[in-house]
Design a protein around this ligand. Structure first.
Ligand code: AR6
Length: 172
């Protein structure tokens, strides 16, 4: 396992990293879950930047990522990615979730980001099965890091106990 990968339990909005990743929706206008928490803690500047991106490119497709500053957050940037809604697994959900991790990391590298934290994308309101999502997250990030030297730390921050246990087992 890549020694740059860490797992933590808690609230992503409290982390002092270069970038935190948001599990957004394609409107980029905010919502519940981690998205709601990030916009509440980061303040209006994040929403204003999301609206500007939306006006330019019309939202964010599933699996893609966009970047804003972190507003009032301790993190300097927020990378907003849109996870797939779980629909039974035959609608390309696995590939789309992998794309979220890869495209977020590419966006990070393009912006000189060295430390980044991911929430457990799609495993809340979007109902992606947690074990499969964790396997995809760990595999995809590990593969990316294998060909990248600029990233120094990738944190998987788990809000619920079940996800934390799954990541602990996978990374053991
Ligand atoms: N810090 C870290 N993780 C969190 C936090 C937090 N403060 N709050 C929740 N989580 P979800 P999704 C975890 O539902 O499934 C929104 O309305 C949570 O326990 O936030 O990708 C968006 O606007 C779960 O493990 O995102 C979209 O419409 C993980 O974050 C939709 O929800 C993701 O849960 C996206 O659904």
């Amino acid at each position: 396992m890549d020694t740059r990968i860490e797992i933590k339990k808690g609230d992503i909005t409290k982390l002092q990293v270069d970038a935190i990743v948001n599990a957004a929706n394609s409107s980029l206008l905010g919502g519940g879950g981690v998205d709601g928490a990030i916009h509440r803690a980061g303040g209006k500047q994040i929403l204003d930047e999301c609206i500007a991106i939306r006006n330019k490119q019309g939202g964010c497709p599933t699996g893609e990522a966009v970047i804003t500053t972190g507003g009032k957050l301790p993190a300097q940037y927020v990378i907003h990615t849109v996870g797939p809604v779980w629909n039974g697994g035959k609608r390309n959900e696995a590939q789309l979730l992998a794309n979220c991790y890869t495209n977020s990391l590419k966006t990070a590298v393009d912006n000189g980001i060295k430390t980044i934290a991911f929430p457990n994308i799609s495993t809340g309101i979007y109902h992606f099965p947690k074990l499969q999502a964790a396997e995809i997250a760990v595999t995809t990030v590990s593969e990316f890091l294998a060909t990248n030297e600029s990233l120094k730390k990738v944190i998987f921050i788990c809000f619920d106990d079940e996800n934390y246990r799954l990541y602990e087992e996978l990374l053991r």
